[in-house]
Every structure is written in C-alpha cells, then in structure tokens.
Design a protein around this ligand. Structure first.
Ligand code: GUN
Ligand code: FE
Length: 401
C-alpha cells in the first residue's frame, strides 16, 4: 500500500510506484486522482457472455438439468445475428463499466456471432480471450456441431492477429459434450495454432459420473483433457470450478501448471459445492476468480472476492478445520495478481507489468473515523459497485466507462 504516491506508466507498462516522480519521467502527463484508491485491474477467469441475459434467473436446478433447462435454450438463440448483437451489446457494456480489465470468455458454438462478440470487445479496449464453444454430443440437436473442429479452424484463421487486445482461446465446453474424436482434433489445432485452452472441470458429482461413463478409459476427469494435449504444460490452460478434484487430479493440475478459476457464487447458486481453495493455494496451484455468469448472477469480481471469503468460512466451519478461511487480502490477490498471471505479467504494479489499473472512489461510503488504506480497500471489496469507478486503464490506455 502506497499513500500519496505516483504510479508511473509508459508504453503501456508499469514503471513502478514512487513518492516523488523520478527525473526521467518529469515530462510525462500527470493525472491527479487525489483521494482515490488505485488498484490493479481485476481479472475474470471464467464468464459466459451469452448467459448474461438470463443471469439471476433459474437457480432451481443442478448443473446438468440447469444446462438443459436454461442454458442451452438461451445459447441456441445466438444463431441469430440480431439477437446476438443486442444480447452481446448488453454484456460488453456491463463488462466495460465494471472493474474488470481482463477476462476469459465463453461464447457459443456459433462462429459468426462469436466474431461479433470479439468485434464488440475489441472496440472497448478491454483485454479478452474469447472462445467459440465446441460441442458434438450430449446436447440438443440445434447446438450439436457436425464440423466443430473445422469451424474452429476457420474461426482461428479469421480472428488470430485481427485484434489489439482480443484473442481466441480454444473452448471445448466440457468432456460430456465433446467426443474423443473432437478433443483429438482440438489438440491438433492447439499444437498448430499455439492458442490457450479453457474449459470446465469436476464441478458437480453427476457431471463427474457422466465423464466416467463416457470416457471409461480415463484415470480421472482432467485426465481426458490431458490425454488430448489440452491440459497445461506447454498449453496455457484454465479450468473452471475444480470442486471435486481427486488427489490425482490435483497433482496433475499442479504438475501441468493449470490455472483454477474459482467460481464461488456459481458453485453456490447451482448447488455444486465449495472448492478447496486453501488446499490449492498451499500446494502452489495457480488460482484466480471467475464470475461464471450465469451460474453466478453477478459480473463483479469484487463480488467474487466477497463470495470466495464467505464460502471459505463455511468450508472451514463445516468441512475442514485445517482449511483456514481466506482473508480479504488473499481474495484481493486472487482477483488481481492470481488471475492476472494467466495473461502474463498482469495484476501487479511492478516494473515491467502491463499497466492495467482501476481508480476507485470511496466518497459514497463515508465513515466517521479516518480509515487506513487497507480498511478502505476492504470496504470497497464488500461495498463498491460500478458507481465508484472513476477511471480504468488497460495496457496504459484509458477505457471509456
Ligand atoms: N459446464 C458446462 N457448461 C457449463 C456452463 O455453461 N456453466 C457452468 N457453470 N458449468 C458448465
Ligand atoms: Fe462456466
């Protein structure tokens, strides 16, 4: 925490925090955010753009029934460009106005409207990895792809290198909806195009059971992705949830440097469970936060921090007295440096890191005493919303709020 300091950025990178501006930076423009807190931008490691429209609806089922009842009918609508234009417009506007600067985003199976989503995100200046979803089994007819890998290759060719801060990420939805043959081809595409990978892992007991039935040859759920070269190592990979990962799966996650996207609100809303985040942190596994809209109703990563703290307390109280609850500082770390690491040198104000910053005012939250900076930040984690954001920067560029 640095009171009354100068945060210096040139060429999109952070140059450090100083109490006086170093000589070599004297010619730089100074922006005065006196009275505000300046924090690294927040990273959302797992969110479904097409589900934004039905967030806060339909929380009365568990994962597999929830997908069939709510998610798939909604995602099927994204075959329509006019529907996607409107719905993705709402999502992108909300993300732009939030404290999130970077996100790993799922689209749908529809290549053309996923490209519309990427175009819209690019216009904001936010940094986004966006996935055209792959599905070729265990899903209603109108979302079932016959040429999933071919469409994905076309999409990769069309979008790689097209944008400044938006890039494609391979997105097999999860093992139940991806045949071995499809995963095999996606592994080949990964090696040919060197793109990162995102998916879901060990979220719900019935889902895990289904994976065992569909892939009886596998040692555990994550082993399926790994078998096809879609699970870390050389491949930057983020897996959402990891609520029920077995010891063997946890070891593989650690060994391969796979990132865990912790989605506490979604895991509560659709009654998936509580991920053992303390265990993952102790093992040195990479962990960040995900809103997982629409499993999660809120896009806010501040809200995800609060949820992560709260569920960690329930886990400690009800399940494991050894698993100390997360502190506010740890939750803040997960939403900034923890998740930011997935994108490279991101999420810290250290020399050479990408300059992603959010300027927050706590004027709306008056307090009768003088609070420390730590206390002011803790209150902003629990209480702030988009109204408290004064400015936001990604790679040194100011984002229009
Ligand atoms: N597993 C497969 N698809 C989904 C999804 O859309 N949301 C969540 N929470 N889990 C999934
Ligand atoms: Fe999800």
């Amino acid at each position: 925490m640095y009171p009354d300091s100068y945060l210096v950025s040139t060429e999109g990178k952070c140059r450090g925090v100083f109490t006086e501006i170093p000589k070599q930076y004297h010619s730089l423009l100074v922006r005065n955010y006196e009275g505000c807190l300046i924090i690294p931008g927040l990273s959302d490691l797992h969110v479904h753009a097409p589900q934004f429209s039905y967030r806060a609806l339909g929380m009365d089922r568990e994962l597999l029934a929830w997908l069939n009842r709510y998610t798939f009918p909604e995602e099927a609508k994204f075959s329509s460009s006019s529907y996607a234009d409107e719905a993705y417009g709402y999502f992108v506007d909300a993300l732009r106005r939030s404290a999130t600067t970077r996100a790993c985003i799922f689209g749908t199976v529809h290549r053309k409207t996923v490209e519309m989503l990427m175009d819209k995100l690019d216009q904001t200046g936010l940094f986004a990895l966006v996935g055209k979803v792959n599905m070729d089994r265990e899903v209603r007819e109108d979302l079932l792809e016959k040429n999933s890998a071919e469409e994905t290759e076309t999409w990769l060719k069309r979008t790689m290198g097209k944008y400044k801060t938006v890039k494609p990420i391979l997105t097999p939805r999860f093992v139940p909806t991806c045949s071995d043959g499809l995963l095999e081809k996606l592994g080949e595409l990964q090696r040919a195009y060197q793109v990162p990978v995102q998916s879901h892992l060990s979220e719900n007991p019935d889902e895990i059971e289904l994976v065992h039935r569909l892939c009886p040859w596998s040692d555990f759920y994550g082993d399926v992705y790994d078998h096809f070269g879609l699970f870390g190592g050389e491949v930057k990979t983020v897996m959402a949830h990891c609520v029920y990962s077995t010891d063997a799966e946890v070891e593989r996650i650690k060994e391969r440097g796979v990132f865990v996207a912790h989605c506490p609100q979604s895991n509560t809303n659709i009654a998936s469970g509580i991920a053992p985040i303390r265990k993952y942190l102790r093992k040195g596994i990479y962990v960040g936060l995900g809103s997982d809209v629409a499993g999660g109703a809120h896009l806010s990563i501040f809200r995800a921090m609060t949820d992560a703290i709260q569920v960690s307390k329930l886990y400690w109280r009800l399940l494991d007295p050894e698993a100390a609850p997360l502190s506010a500082a740890e939750a803040f770390y997960l939403g900034t440096a923890g998740g930011g690491a997935f994108f490279g040198k991101v999420g810290r104000f250290e020399e050479g890191y990408d300059f992603d910053a959010v300027i927050l005012s706590d004027q709306r939250l008056p307090h009768p005493h003088q609070l420390s900076i730590e206390e002011r930040l803790e209150r902003l984690i629990y209480l702030s919303d988009d109204r408290d954001i004064r400015a936001k920067y990604v790679c040194g560029r100011e984002i229009e709020l």
